[in-house]
Design a protein. Sequence first.
Length: 333
Amino acid sequence: MIPNRAATTPDERNRVPHRVSTTWWTLGLPAVVLAVCGTLALAWRSELPEPLAAHWGPQGVDGTSSFVGLVLPVIGATGLLSVGMWAVGFFLGRPAMTRRLANAMAAWFAVFLAGFLLGVLAAQRGVADAAHAGDIDRALTLGAALATASAVAIALLTPGDAPHSTAAPIPADAPTVPLANSEQITWVRAVGQRSGPGIALAVLTFSAVLGATTRQWPLAIVLALVLGPMLIAELRWTVTVDRNGLTARSGLRWPTLHVPLDEVERAEVVTVRPLRDFGGFGLRIGLDGRTGAVLRKGPALQVHRTGGRVVVVTVDDAETGAAVLNTLASRAR
């Protein structure tokens, strides 16, 4: 006779998964990056001028600092950002998207800041006077590229959400639509920011000003080519509710939010205040752990998902979207 398995408690079902890997990516990896960076910095110290060049302007070096004054802020900023991302992933990381963002951002900041510091120091090795330090254009561009590649790789390596289906019925008071057993229904809406062209212009202007004032044109071009399309894509989403569940795709079709029907506990309409609830616009993580595509203030489709996860999408006619999703989820039980 095979003994019955112990029932899973709500706390066990809703606990944050993969906390060990989250701790490694957000705290362990940055610590390793800082250790390597600090070791190299100390090894180069005898070859560096005193004071060190710390800021470059259009005419070259226009600011200096001591060795400690240059290194400690980088270590401190990396440490604070890493702890912050660890807290997000460790306490709010029920959805894989939250863990991916936390892990990737911790890695990006650690690699970029370490690369920036090493680039600044490498430009001054063997130089007697900081005023004669070389430029750091290539170091900054390479650091940004390595940081981005590291962040993407770690986001891909972050474990996804395990299947977590439920057979519990949709609550009786949840909104639904009348639908015969032989009928099929699909609900599709596009939502976006009308300020997309303005955002594109702002990114181009910022990149041009950065290049003109710092002469770091490679970095300015990389920012324009990478940051611009990403921002614009995140401010344009297509939301679909069909037999596959809820799917929200960004303008570049990645990232994508997806909730299968067998993980829908309830869909409803809520009012969203982007700045207060999510700290801004685009793909966001709320202070309460909700994730979503937040494009504007007002009504939003909110889906309570198994595992204590909640997905929010601001979209027109959210009432119909919620009703259709509840109906399809109920039929799938």
